[in-house]
Design a protein around this ligand. Sequence first.
Ligand SMILES: *[C@@H]1O[C@H](CO)[C@@H](O)[C@H](O)[C@H]1NC(C)=O
Ligand SMILES: *[C@@H]1O[C@H](CO)[C@@H](O)[C@H](O)[C@H]1NC(C)=O
Length: 506
Amino acid sequence: MAHTASVSTWAFVFSFYFGVSKCYFAIPLKMYAGRYNISSAVDLTRRVPLTSDENGLSLASDPTGTVNFLDMVNNLQGDYGRGYYIEMLLGTPGQKVNILVDTGSSNFAVAAAPHQYITHFFDTALSSTYQSSGQTVAVRYTQGNWEGELGTDRVSIPKGPNGTITINIAAILSSEGFFLPGVNWQGILGLAYPMLARPDSSVEPFFNSLVQQLGIPDIFSLQMCGAGTSASSTVDPLVGSLIMGGAEPTLYRGSVWYTPIVEEWYYQVEVLKLEVGNQNLELDCREYNMDKAIVDSGTTLLRLPVNVFNAVVEAITRSSLIQTFSSGFWDGSKLACWMKGETPWRFFPKLSIYLRATNTSQSFRITILPQMYIQPITDVDGTLECFRFGLSSSATGLVIGATVMEGFYVVFDRAQRRLGFALSSCAVSDGEALSEIAGPFSAADVAANCSGGPPKEPLMWVISYALMAVCVMVLIILLLLLVLPCRRNRAGEITDESSLVRHRIK
Ligand SMILES: *[C@@H]1O[C@H](CO)[C@@H](O)[C@H](O)[C@H]1NC(C)=O
Ligand SMILES: *[C@@H]1O[C@H](CO)[C@@H](O)[C@H](O)[C@H]1NC(C)=O
């Protein structure tokens, strides 16, 4: 059509109507990497250990009468893409440190030595209550790692439950790629279960200590208010709330929908279905949970297993009618830029994730609008507004990261082994809600269990080694089969085919 030719010019920026038809093109003006450093996004889920290693929840319940949730509202600050952190007073006398809130790990670790990217650190020598255990601990992530010393000390949270508790601390002495340029936090608060603690599960995680020593209910809830705001805007720091001991009703609208925690290590949930613009992706539900599906505040994006990611990108491309998008946009290496004021959101579909309900024959769905996953980042050039794709592919399972969590108030109800989702009071832009939640739906159309095999890491290693041993045996048998016929053949001829196989084996 003649229309396409005009698209290349600046003036015709980006939307075109084909008479009465509803088709329009939305072609970004520019695709380029810009100044935004994609790799600076926090992604703490892909970690590999270095050593061998419904209903009826009384919300805002306060059995002890000593916890006031309103005092905890807005106790988080954030830096879009680099995580939300809470202020703590560590040691005696208390040293002020900012600690990143991460539901995808289980160690409390804090910088205990200077590092070029952080402004200050926890000086163990200045704390009269710090006790070193002499044991070292190391945690490695795909993009970085840290090493330190295990110890204990006293900690209090100014905007948290009243009281001082003794916790396990990993004092970080050296690290690589863990602290990033411009971060305003000095440590990490792993809120997941003991099974993920390093070096082993005997290192009691922070929240377990908090519940035990202060007697608060074994629940925390998280509201992260970064939705629809520009990335890396340091002018207006984002806020959020970590409510320890329950849920604060002023932080959400409507009811809380619960999904069971499949296994207590990460906060593992069961995803039943994905929809792109009301269109079911129709994949086997096990694909969504391959090899796990978790809720992780320490991951910026919504990460999807490769197959699922490809299907989602295809469905978005189809329903948005944006065929000309550079693949660099989808893989995160490029930004798409439009004229200022021309936001591209109306060209993109909603994304819905169906989660198993506590009544296992039912599900509910959480939906994010394009405003949540086509994410504005600081402008690269004064006339353009640039966006990145808030989804990425993953080799380690589905991760419901900040991109989705920012739409919801998420209740980590450990006491009843379930996660609750409700509409977040702050996921609103220009009076429009950026997220939706609906249910119940029948789960009769999906398998009774979508959460693949056993998630336990040590067991996975055993299985991996067993499979490797089987492979080696098969190889030996194959080699023998190759060698034996040769021996019988006195002329020693090896056909082309067999040598090819040999080369392949090598
Ligand atoms: C802590 O105690 C003070 C005074 O007793 C009280 O006003 C405040 O609400 C308490 N804070 C929390 C988070 O419970
Ligand atoms: C669970 O859901 C099924 C199907 O929707 C319904 O028939 C059943 O009554 C529900 N069970 C409970 C305990 O609510």
